[in-house]
Design a protein around this ligand. Sequence first.
Ligand code: SF4
Ligand code: SF4
Ligand code: SF4
Length: 304
Amino acid sequence: MVKTKRIALAQLTSCWGCDQALIDLHLKLLDVLPSLDIVYWPAVVDYKLQDLETLSKHSIHIGLVEGSCRTEEDIHLLKVMRDKSKTLVAWGSCSVYGGIQGLANQWDLNELLDRKFLKVETITDGRIPKENVPGFTESIIPNTDIVDFDLVLPGCPPTSENTLDALSALLNNKPYDLPDKTVCDQCPMEREEKHIKQFRRTHEGRIDPTKCLLDQGYLCLGFATIGLCGAQCPSKATPCKGCFGPPPSVVDHGAKIISALGAISDMPVEKLEASFPDPIGSFYFTDYASSYLSKIRRNMKQAE
Ligand code: SF4
Ligand code: SF4
Ligand code: SF4
């Protein structure tokens, strides 16, 4: 019998899809719910920040942080979660790498505000809000560069089972290690030696649902993406976009992808380059904020 543990689930800038995936466990939630004393979960119950701030240091056994820091309020909440939690989990690819919103690190904050509040086509009387809003951060710095975490669980979102497995391990004081495997290792598709002569968008041609999508010229990133999701996209004939990020032994997801594509492509460099009009969006779907490119840009901006 596991002793009840105090848990807090906090949301920074995010879509809250990681919460949704947890709730999608439905009756399987009963495997862990009786062992959890929920002390903060504003996605589900009307907790206020003050409820969290007034808890004692390390009084939460397990803290789950979803989302990344786009506002000063996010940074405050992240630091409070670190202070109050014994075991802090970076929950989902937003929390581990910065998430899809990290792609905004390709632009300066002023350019983003300008586009979002003044120039977007649907706005007629644009203004940048200044009152009663938390200040925006200059860029998205990955949570893991702001505070220390005890466990990271990537995924956009992590599957319901991933979260259940991690929670069960923590509740039973067992380790939860990420596998150094890729989506390809979990994928049932037939594959051949790769000599790709042309890349295609998913709406081009007809996908053979039994054969490796990359062999067919569709950009499937399973070869560079951690194998945690059970290859749920390629096994439904949909290319992997790499939403879980790289396996632990890969430092920079996009760099790994570019190097592998160079090795398996049988085409001139110019044609390969032209195949990917949005290389950052294609190769760093959820983890651009934690890439070398983004960090170099941030350092250059700070040095200006
Ligand atoms: S990791 Fe994905 S599902 Fe989870 S909050 Fe971020 S965007 Fe949503
Ligand atoms: S379809 Fe994708 S995940 Fe499956 S083997 Fe090919 S590259 Fe790997
Ligand atoms: S197959 Fe790829 S894109 Fe699909 S859920 Fe898994 S990691 Fe994400």
